[in-house]
Design a protein around this ligand. Structure first.
Ligand code: UD1
Length: 415
């Protein structure tokens, strides 16, 4: 595994261009077996994207890449994803819906992904059963079969992003109408629905808790642009806040950034929103936010919880952060404490952060993607040198982090 070496203390300033969203491109790529041809632009260059392309090529979808554009041509699809590929990414489970719909069968080894605690796939399996699939889950492999899926009414017990997307992928060409109640409302789901609608699907209500999908008999080729990555944008805004910096965050959808802007304004940062750009100017030392709690969109995202914890660790005052989505998203707290932070972790879900004047450089470990981003933020504002091990986690979801950070004055190199 590689590492980042960071020399802290530089005030970040300048412009950061935001890439296409990881969590939007992955479900769009999973839709490709349903389409003879497609073209996707604003694709970020990430290891999760490279792994998904490997899955696509392995099952019979030909991919050509030119800069940030991907074109696909689908031949005869082999609906099997082996363990060697599915173990690399949790989003491989999204192929369940599209392969079942495209081929009438799917065989996927249980998916991997960031270790954020128990990440079951029970709701994905339940949803496919509700749409008429026969399922067998022996030998750590999910085997599904359905000649043609049938529309159904599904009420999700938890607002799950992946399950909402899987149902959409499975039912776009199913017989009849599917209703998803308590659907997740993330913008990335809307990106997928807009894409499928441009291909001839009949999906309404995306962006609300009730999505209606009228099955169509075929989808036609088309192109789509991936939306900007709101989590990447939030990460750079927090970097500015942590270093007393001043940044222009370019190519963002400001509507998707409301909760982050509101939160960072509470810390004393000046934030201005322009068309597709956010300007952030941080005071020398920010104020703490007394209570932060994660929840599905449009509320504060779990994917920004580690980064905001890094920020709160040097704020003036105390902050309580509550993680409500993932039971195992806490290990970055221990790593931040190695850098001199004062974070008490209760029941692995509640973090009490008392801001210290300054963090000190240390040798720390990224245990997952966003935890790694939090440690980079901490390293940039700490005194001395920080080594963040396991940089591969960060590369799963951030495009060119080293060059983007260096361009705004951060001292970071990859080894
Ligand atoms: C997606 C995002 C991830 C983000 C998460 C929550 C992608 C590729 N990943 O992950 O970055 O952190 O949404 O915003 O888009 N659950 C079950 N059973 C299931 C499925 C989920 O119990 O079958 C639970 C999960 O353990 C979790 C909750 O539902 O507690 C929400 O997770 P979910 O929205 O499904 O996350 P992902 O789609 O995996």
């Amino acid at each position: 595994m590689g590492k980042y070496v960071i020399t802290g203390g530089s005030r970040l300033s300048g412009e950061v261009p935001i890439s296409g969203a990881k969590n939007a491109v992955l479900p769009v790529l999973a839709a490709l077996p349903l389409l003879k041809e497609a073209s996707i632009c604003n694709v970020p260059f990430l290891s999760d994207v490279a792994n998904t392309i490997e899955i696509l090529e392995n099952i019979g979808v030909k991919i050509t890449t030119e800069g940030s554009v991907i074109r696909s041509e689908t031949g005869i699809v082999r609906p099997v994803i082996d363990n060697s590929l599915s173990c690399k990414m949790r989003s491989s489970v999204l192929f369940l819906g599209s392969l079942l719909s495209a081929c009438g069968e799917a065989e996927i080894s249980y998916p991997g992904g960031c270790a954020l605690g128990a990440r079951p796939v029970d709701m994905h399996i339940w949803a496919m059963k509700m749409l008429g699939a026969k399922i067998n889950t022996d030998d750590n492999v999910i085997r599904c079969e359905a000649k043609r899926l049938k529309g159904a009414n599904l009420h999700l017990p938890i607002q799950s992003v992946g399950v909402t997307e899987n149902i959409i992928l499975a039912s776009a060409m199913a017989e009849g109408t599917t209703i998803i109640d308590n659907a997740a409302r993330e913008p990335e789901i809307c990106n997928l629905c807009d894409f499928l609608n441009m291909c001839g699907a009949d999906i309404t209500g995306h962006g609300t808790k009730r999505i209606k999908i009228k099955g169509v008999s075929e989808l036609h080729p088309c192109s789509v642009a991936i939306i900007p990555d709101r989590i990447e944008a939030a990460t750079y805004m927090i970097m500015a806040a942590a270093t007393g910096g001043e940044l222009f965050i370019k190519n963002v959808n400001t509507d998707h950034m409301r909760v982050i802007c509101a939160m960072l304004r509470k810390t004393g940062c000046i934030i201005k929103e322009y068309n597709k750009t956010i300007y952030i100017e941080a005071p020398q030392r920010i104020y703490s936010i007394p209570y932060i709690s994660t929840a599905p969109y449009p509320y504060f995202p779990t994917d920004v919880q580690p980064q905001i914890m890094a920020l709160m660790s040097t704020a003036q005052g105390q902050s309580v952060i509550k993680e409500n989505i993932f039971s195992g998203r806490y290990k970055h707290g221990d790593e931040l404490n190695k850098m001199g932070a004062d974070i008490t972790i209760k029941d692995n879900r509640t973090f009490i952060t008392t801001g210290v004047r300054s963090l000190v450089g240390a040798n720390v470990n990224a245990w997952d993607l966003r935890g790694g981003a939090a440690l980079i933020i901490a390293g940039l504002c700490a005194e001395g040198i920080t080594v963040v091990n396991n940089k591969e986690y960060v590369e799963r979801g951030y495009e060119s982090p080293v060059s983007k950070i260096r361009n705004i004055g951060g001292k970071i190199r990859a080894l």
